[in-house]
Write a protein that binds this ligand. Structure first.
Ligand SMILES: [Zn+2]
Length: 555
């Protein structure tokens, strides 16, 4: 028999001691805990975490709800601590949103014997113990008194221990602001609260339209062909492992043979698909990052639609994250093709087939987004066919801890090698299309950690993420017809770009490339504007050769 308060205290101590290893490792991993001052600091923070989580639980739970809620919390906290420990993930709102939108196939890849063992020890056993516990009933008046007394005492202890060591505590926490995202279970409970609050505040509100004034300014001539621009959005491909980005291995042999515009180090908007994807298709981007605004507004694709172009999103991943809301979309499934799919997922080669099919029925100007599976982890070895297993030995398990770093990197590099092949094949296909002016822009959504400093996967808070998670490759290929039709000078394009390139450039560069005029386009962020033949220059000569002057096509 225990009182509710005693049970919550036991739970809070257990959470702090056994489920917060990642937190203590972050704060004290390199410190010497035998030094008295460090030991004192550790003890104070431990007590503070116990008391704060206790006070929070004591405020919310009643005698009737305490056992079922703790049961759920034990399972949730066991799962959270497993992934925090293994992969150094921080359960902030962005990360949790990512997790909640993970599809079943992705989740299934994470299930393995070590996770099962962890859940047995940290979820099943404590949950069974909880079943045995009986909770005292007190008369309502006394229960209220005991509860408020316990909460007040817990908060008083927090104030006391922090006050005594204020200097040390504040300097440690100032240096590790992100530590708050590791206090488990508070981290995911707060994130869950924020996500549900946002969902309730905007119950499937219509997206704000943007760029309604968009229209294409194109030269009308008998030679003009319909445009086909492909935006290939890569997944988890980092600059550091791209051959043309200066990597010691040749992981991009096929692309290196092509006449491309290469941007080897582009700063991604976020460190997860959930953040990067909506952000790179939005006009505001990272420089004025505003998640609520980005999620509440239409995307680049809607603006292209307003300008009279056809758009299509073909997805070989976990969806378009709202970017293609209300627009034509094809989702590939595990059974979409007997050769390229294994029942769960499809290799990216399938995107070429789907692109070809899609252009058959659409004859006007068209922009197609190919959302690639790319290097989606942790099962890198399942992202390429056997003939791309060039770097060996490879990690064949989704449990990265079972593999050496070398095996993990080999599998990751083979997946890049396959992306190289898919993109080069795509360029070959587009170059052969004589019925359209074609172009391709490839950019990855975010990078990946492959064991550097003990970190794996991605999704660290932007402010502390290493460059391996933030730097992504980008390439563009434009057919001679598209360059000519849009007045871009070939030699100028190949001189490269000045200054830093980021995801923020994508929105404005695509509009510029397609000659879409709208008040929300910022020419300063158009990577190509510098190379556009100014009107009145050579363009006049071009007109004299028989073309009619520029006209603005109505929507
Ligand atoms: Zn991603």
């Amino acid at each position: 028999m225990l009182s509710v308060e005693a049970l919550l205290l036991v739970a809070s101590v257990a959470f702090a001691a056994f489920y917060n290893r990642a937190l203590w490792h972050l704060l004290f991993g390199s410190a010497d805990l035998t030094a008295p001052r460090t030991a004192m600091l550790f003890t104070s923070l431990f007590v503070a975490v116990v008391c704060l989580q206790f006070a929070g639980l004591a405020l919310l739970l009643t005698r009737r709800t305490v056992r079922p809620v703790l049961m759920v919390l034990i399972v949730g906290t066991a799962l959270a601590s497993y992934f925090e420990d293994r992969y150094t993930i921080f359960l902030n709102t962005e990360m949790l949103r990512n997790i909640l939108r993970t599809d079943l196939a992705e989740a299934a890849e994470l299930v393995n014997p070590p996770l099962a063992l962890h859940l047995l020890l940290y979820a099943a056993l404590p949950a069974a113990a909880l079943l045995w516990v009986r909770v005292w009933a007190r008369p309502p008046g006394r229960a209220l008194l005991a509860r408020s007394g316990a909460i007040a005492a817990a908060l008083a202890i927090v104030v006391a221990v922090v006050a005594v060591q204020y200097r040390d505590v504040s300097s440690l926490l100032r240096g590790h602001r992100e530590a708050r995202h590791l206090v488990t279970p508070t981290n995911y409970l707060v994130s869950l609260f924020k996500i549900s609050r946002d969902a309730l505040a905007a119950p499937s509100r219509e997206r704000q339209p943007i760029g309604l004034d968009a229209h294409r300014v194109v030269r009308v001539s008998s030679a003009r062909k319909p445009t086909l621009l492909v935006l290939a959005i890569g997944e988890t491909a980092r600059s550091a492992n791209f051959g043309f980005g200066g990597y010691s291995r040749e992981t991009t042999p096929e692309l290196s043979q092509l006449d491309l515009l290469v941007y080897p180090r582009v700063e991604a908007c976020g460190t997860s698909t959930e953040v990067s994807l909506p952000c790179m298709f939005a006009p505001v981007g990272r420089r004025a990052y505003d998640e609520r605004r980005i999620r509440g507004e239409e995307s680049l694709l809607h603006v292209l639609k307003h300008a009279g172009m056809d758009v299509l999103w073909i997805d070989n991943q976990s969806g378009c994250k709202g970017v293609c809301e209300g627009l034509p979309r094809e989702q590939l499934r595990g059974d979409s093709d007997p050769v390229l799919c294994d029942g769960e997922r499809c290799l990216d080669g399938i995107l070429l087939q789907r692109l070809a099919a899609a252009t058959e029925t659409r004859t006007g100007d068209l922009v197609v987004v190919l959302h690639m599976l790319g290097n989606h982890g942790p099962a890198y070895s399942r992202r390429y066919p056997a003939e791309f297993r060039k770097f060996q030995p490879t990690c064949e398990s989704a449990e990265l801890a079972d593999c050496s770093r070398e095996e993990i990197v080999n599998a990751y590099d083979n997946a890049i090698l396959y992306t190289d092949h898919v993109l080069a094949t795509l360029v070959g296909y587009l170059a052969a299309r004589t019925d359209r002016d074609t172009g391709l822009i490839y950019v990855s959504d975010h990078g990946e950690s492959l064991g550097e400093a003990g970190m794996y996967l991605h999704g660290l808070p932007w402010s502390i993420a290493p460059t391996t998670q933030r730097e992504v490759p980008m390439v563009a290929w434009l057919s001679p017809g598209l360059e000519q039709a849009t007045g871009l000078r070939h030699d100028c394009l190949r001189e490269g770009t000045r200054g830093e390139v980021t995801h923020d450039h994508l929105f404005h560069s695509v509009l510029g490339l397609l000659q879409v005029e709208t008040s929300i386009r910022e020419p300063a962020l158009d990577l190509y504007s510098r190379c556009r033949t100014p009107a009145g220059g050579p363009m006049l000569a071009h007109r004299a050769a028989g073309d009619v002057p520029d006209v603005a096509l109505p929507n």
